[in-house]
Design a protein. Structure first.
Length: 73
């Protein structure tokens, strides 16, 4: 099966691929040995976000600093 990458970096997954997994809206995207791997995930609200930020090494202070920067303070 082929999937085309558009000029806006979007890919439409073939129906046969999507039909073979549980219905999901989000995918974790990784690159493994030159391959793009999509893993279905089901975000679990605020705790999911906290866990992801911790995994990425982003602290609460980093988030506060980013918000203040974006608000121009």
């Amino acid at each position: 099966m082929l999937a085309k990458l558009t000029a806006k970096n979007q890919i439409t997954l073939p129906k046969a691929v999507v039909s073979s997994i549980d219905q999901t809206e989000y995918f974790e995207v990784t690159v493994e040995q030159g391959r793009i791997v999509l893993t279905p995930v089901r975000p679990q609200g605020a705790q999911y976000v906290r866990d992801k930020l911790e995994e990425l090494g982003i602290s609460e202070k980093d988030v506060d600093d980013a918000v203040n920067w974006a608000r121009g303070r």
